[in-house]
Design a protein around this ligand. Sequence first.
Ligand SMILES: Cc1cc2ncn([C@H]3O[C@H](COP(=O)(O)O)[C@@H](O)[C@H]3O)c2cc1C
Ligand SMILES: O=C(O)c1cccnc1
Length: 345
Amino acid sequence: MTSHWFQQPCPTIDPAMTDSAQQRQLNLTKPAGSLGRLEDLAVSFCAWQQTLAPKLQNIKIAIFAADHGVCAQGVSAFPQEVTAQMVLNFVHGGAAISVLAKQLDAQFEVINIGVNTALPDSPTLVNKPIRLSTSDLSETEAMSHSELLLALSIGREHAAKTNDHLFIGGEMGIGNTTAASAIFSLLLNLAPSETVGPGTGVDANGITHKQLVVTKAIALHAPHIHNELDVLARVGGFEIAGLVGAYIGSAQRGVPVLIDGFITTAAALLACRINPSVRDWLVFAHRSAEPAHYRALQALDANPLLDLGMRLGEGSGAAIAVPIIASALNLHNHMATFDSAGVSS
Ligand SMILES: Cc1cc2ncn([C@H]3O[C@H](COP(=O)(O)O)[C@@H](O)[C@H]3O)c2cc1C
Ligand SMILES: O=C(O)c1cccnc1
């Protein structure tokens, strides 16, 4: 059987480093376990970076942007041209993720992987459109198998490099909550009523209509689905496939990935189904207000760090969680031990 790059295993986690990091946590001047999940985060970063003094200096944020043919069905509260307009807003520094990336001093890159308007190259914007939009997933396959393979490789090209400490993937693509809901319905065997939500803010009638669109898509595609790649090609999006490639590529290079919200969790679920060794390299940042996100998180056995009622996407929820990780590592690296501080244990 031929093996694709995305099926190659990620590095395994060294249990000895995990033990040593846990031991250091026990020696710090606090009751054991009192820093809760901050302790687990620090221990995970020690194991990922193979050091007892983990760093969080090089953060890479890559936003994948693409348009969706399914927008023709009226599934979003916003018009399709907002995708391209928001890409320009990312580049000009006005989008939420632009502001947060600057705050975090992160590397920031936007990849046009299939936006329906020509966009100018710039230091932050890379134009690699596979096509001007996917096809309408409620009527045909969103993309071909060869387009899918190309999107996965573009994702890997823009993944973290080995000297990065953290990767955040973001997405922009009007209509992409419909694609994400269809992915969850097919992978988790859930009815569209359980996976469809308001996205950018469609009303109750809009949600009912969106459910019908997803129901139609599932009826059309389900008989032809043999594996996860079929799900991604048939009801996914170019930016979702790019994220899958970037997540797998980052994890294979030994860089942990911080997952954002509803759409990025669809990419994370696909990445883990395609390559289960990716799961050990994922941290989940927040629970999105998109109603079905909690089910998707459950399916991944994921316990996100935050629940702030955010439902933006762009990688914004992940960026918001970075300072918490920074604090976890700072505490791990700089707190005194009972011995060094002369505190009785
Ligand atoms: C101005 C604006 C900025 C955004 N940034 C992210 N999204 C989010 O909304 C879109 C998905 O929602 P739906 O499926 O309902 O279209 C994606 O582009 C997502 O990233 C935005 C949406 C809008 C309107
Ligand atoms: O949680 C998300 O990622 C999300 C939710 C709604 C719309 N766009 C993104």
